[in-house]
Ligand binder design. Sequence first.
Ligand code: PLP
Length: 424
Amino acid sequence: MQTTDRVLERLRNKEEQLWQNPALAPCAPFDCPGADAARDLFARFAPCIEALFPGMTEGGRIASPLDEIPAFARALAEKGCFALPGRFFLKRDDSLPVVGSVKARGGIAEVLTHAERLVKASGILPEDASTAAYATPEVQAFLSRYAVEVGSTGNLGLSIGTMSAALGFTAVVHMSHDARQWKKELLRARGAKVVEYAGDYGKAVSAGRASCAGDPMRYFVDDERSETLFWGYAAAAKELAEQLAAAGVTVDAAHPLIVYLPCGVGGAPGGVTYGLKSIFGDAAHCFFAEPVGCPCMLLGLSSGKGADICVQDIGLDGRTEADGLACGRPSPLVVSKAGRMVSGVYTVADERLYRLLGLLYRTEGTFIEPSACASLAGPVLLARHGWQLPEGVAPENITHVAWSTGGGLVPGTERAAYLARAEL
Ligand SMILES: *Cc1c(COP(=O)(O)O)cnc(C)c1O
């Protein structure tokens, strides 16, 4: 496959576009043991999470609400953007406890898996001990001999750094230049060590990877390659399916589900897509959303080069206000696992992210960060760029879900600055 000239030109000019995936494969529901194992892990460790973060979760559950946003949908229609048939929901991963972003799912799964492996191998806890014992000084003293490291644009670092420091690990977060200052400060306050790099996200990741290589006491969480992260995200699909059922939503061929997922390296949207396809098969249509300044997945998939191409190769600098999506090269793991499940990828201009941020806040009273707002652009961009409904589907039978990936921990002053910018 080769990126067509027109697609490439729009990428280079930072023009919004919808790329529809010619490699999308038909898909019947299938078993997903990785996602099931991650759900079991979260259930097993609920007592541990409850003990580590008292009062911050409901019984140690890492889960988020599904909110319907009819006022926002009406406002889009009134602006003449798009009369949205069907129901429109926001999956509120911005409100995931402790971490405030989708990274809670992958990051907490990864750190818990590693901690459990070490503790089991050590024999310091009885086989049948409750995971609440992970919050005791004995286990924490044991884990403090080990380091957990990660490279991050911000939110993954917050998730891994918070969780590993809370368990007693030595937590080291390698941060790129576009990571926000408040995230670095919050991490330090939570006991993690933050190392800053002048370069971009890719450099922070390679530095972290090199720092851990060959040292059994140091574990590097590899955002570009980790299956454990991927399954942590995939576990969200069952949660959404249960919430849709509770909201009276049917998902089948005549009632498609369209999900809009902000994409950085692709782990979070790729994992969720994999999980949704395993449950709904062809009835789920998953679109990734990227900023026009850093469309790494669109480039990797449309060119067929996957992780062998980065946005810098086509002359982009990868800069964007959507700091959670500022990854120049897609994850090879996600390209291979979910590359034929993604219906398409669309790109959003930074100004539109801010307009949507303001509109959601005014109509629903909900604040989410700019990266997460890429999800809200989905229905408009699909309509504008000619996405065809599956044959025989009535538009009012569609359910749209925008995945709100972050914003819960954004401090008041930053929030005010984002909202002020949204009004311009
Ligand atoms: C990380 C992140 C994403 C995308 O996740 P990837 O795994 O990098 O694709 C989306 N939104 C926010 C707010 C994020 O922090």
